[in-house]
Design a binder for this molecule. Structure first.
Ligand SMILES: *Cc1c(COP(=O)(O)O)cnc(C)c1O
Length: 388
C-alpha cells in the first residue's frame, strides 16, 4: 500500500470494544493462561506481550509503521533519539571495534564517540562531509560500522547515501544512517544500502514539540541483537509517547509537504537578502550537493542554514530581534525556530572545534514550521534589517 495509507491504516488489532482509533495501553505487564503459556512465552515460542520493557501494543504499532515506511524488516522503539543511537551501537559493538563516522553528526552522538565509547575501548575516525571518497582509507581490520547523518545538523549538508551503501557493501561494514532531518517520508536510506536507520522521533515525527522518542529499524538479524540488548538494559519508549507518535505519523505526509513548501519559499527569500549569505537548503539549485539531494530525497525538508553578515555580534543582534519565531534548541516543530549556535549552544567550543563541526560565527539555523510563510518571512526580514 502507499505510504500515506500505511501511516494511517497500520493498526494493532481492535479490542472487544471495537474502537476506531487505537487506545492507549497503560499496562506494565500482561497475564498468562497457565504455566505452559508462561513458559512458551518466555521461551519466545509465541509472539506476545510479556512486559512493557520488551514490547507493548502501542510501541509495537509505532515500530510497525516506521518499519513499513522505511522499507525495513524489523525495529525497536526507544525513549529518545539518543537512546536509539546509544543502544543500537552498544548492542552491535565489541571492545576493540572501530567506527567510521561523518564529522557532521548530532552533538551528543559526537560526545558518545569522543567521551564515552573510549571507556569501552571503542574508537572512531571522522571523515568530512565533502570527502566521502576518503572514507575507504580510514577502514581498519577492526572497523565494524559506518555512521552518518544526511541532511546534517546544523550545516544542512548532504551525503551521497548510494556511495556510502556501495562502500559498506564492498567492505562488509554495517551502514547506519541517522535519518532524523529527512523522516521516512522524504528519504529511505535502506534503498541505498543502509542496514539500519535511526530516528529521533522527538523532531518531525512528533512534529508538535510534545514528546521525546527514538526508533531504530532495518535488517532483522541486527535488530534482533539490538532488541535483546535493549530488553535487558531498559531504554524502551513509554506507551504514552508511542501512542502520541503513532498518531503523529498519520499526518506526517501532509505536514511534511507543507513544511517543505514553506522552507523552500523562505530559502528563496533569504537568498535575495544582502546580509544573509551562503543560504543552504537541499532543494535550492545553489546547494553544493543539490544533485545528490534530488537523487535521494523527495523534497528538501524543513531546515535551512545561512551565514549572517557581520559575524558573532550580528548573529546575537539577529537572534535578539526575532519576534514571532522561537529561540529554542529543538527543531521539527509546528512553530518556526531560529538558532545561532556560535552565541548559544556552541559558545563554549574553541573556534577550531566550532569550524570542525561546520559552525561558523555567523551560522544561523532555521527550523521552518507551519505558520503562514509570509509571517515568518516578515519576522526574519525585520530581524535582518535591525542588524544594520
Ligand atoms: C535531536 C537529534 C538526535 C537526538 O534525539 P533526542 O530525541 O533529542 O535524544 C539525534 N540525531 C539528530 C540528527 C537529532 O537532530
Amino acid at each position: 500500500m502507499h505510504f500515506e495509507t500505511e501511516a494511517i491504516r497500520t493498526q494493532t488489532e481492535r479490542t472487544q470494544f471495537q474502537e476506531h482509533s487505537t487506545p492507549l495501553y497503560l499496562t506494565s505487564s500482561y497475564v498468562f493462561e497457565d504455566a505452559e503459556d508462561m513458559r512458551a512465552s518466555f521461551a519466545e515460542e509465541k509472539e506476545r506481550n510479556i512486559y512493557s520493557r520488551f514490547t507493548n501494543p502501542n510501541t509495537s504499532e509505532f515500530v510497525e509503521k516506521i518499519t513499513r515506511m522505511e522499507g525495513a524488516e524489523a525495529g525497536f522503539a526507544f525513549a529518545t533519539g539518543m537512546s536509539a543511537v546509544f543502544s543500537s551501537l552498544a548492542a552491535l559493538l565489541n571492545s576493540g571495534n572501530h567506527i567510521i563516522s561523518s564529522r557532521a553528526v548530532f552533538g551528543s552522538t559526537h560526545s558518545l564517540f569522543t567521551k564515552f565509547f573510549p571507556k569501552w575501548n571503542i574508537s572512531h575516525s571522522y571523515f568530512k562531509v565533502n570527502e566521502v571518497e576518503k572514507l575507504e582509507s580510514l577502514i581498519r581490520p577492526e572497523t565494524k560500522i559506518i555512521f552518518a547523518e544526511s541532511p546534517t545538523n546544523p550545516g544542512v549538508d548532504i551525503l551521497d547515501l548510494e556511495l556510502l551503501g556501495q562502500i559498506a557493501k564492498k567492505h562488509d561494514l554495517i551502514l547506519i544512517i541517522d535519518n532524523c532531518f529527512a523522516t521516512p517520508y522524504l528519504q529511505n536510506p535502506i534503498k541505498f544500502g543502509a542496514h539500519l536507520v535511526i530516528h529521533s522521533a522527538t523532531k518531525l515525527i512528533d512534529g508538535q514539540g510534545r514528546v521525546l522518542g527514538g526508533v531504530t529499524v532495518g535488517n532483522a538479524d541486527l535488530v534482533r541483537d539490538i532488541y535483546l540488548f535493549s530488553r535487558n538494559t531498559g531504554p524502551a519508549l513509554s506507551p504514552f509517547n508511542a501512542w502520541v507518535l503513532s498518531k503523529s505519523l498519520e499526518t506526517l505526509p501532509v505536514r511534511l509537504d507543507r513544511h517543505c513548501k514553506n522552507a523552500l519559499k523562505l530559502a528563496e527569500f533569504l537568498e535575495k537578502q544582502a546580509n544573509a549569505e551562503k543560504v543552504k537548503y537541499p532543494f535550492l539549485k545553489s546547494h553544493p550537493q543539490y544533485q545528490i539531494a534530488k537523487k535521494q530525497m523527495k523534497a528538501g525538508g524543513n531546515i535551512i542554514s545561512f551565514e549572517i553578515k557581520g559575524g558573532l555580534e550580528a548573529g546575537r543582534k539577529f537572534i535578539n530581534a526575532i519576534k514571532l519565531c522561537s529561540r529554542s534548541a529543538n527543531l521539527g516543530d509546528t512553530r518556526s525556530i531560529v538558532t545561532h549556535p556560535a552565541s548559544t549552544t556552541h559558545s563554549k567550543l574553541s573556534e577550531e572545534e566550532r569550524l570542525e563541526a561546520g559552525i561558523s560565527v555567523g551560522l544561523v539555523r532555521i527550523s521552518v514550521g507551519l505558520e503562514h510563510p509570509n509571517d515568518v518571512i516578515a519576522d526574519l526580514k525585520q530581524a535582518l534589517n535591525s542588524i544594520e
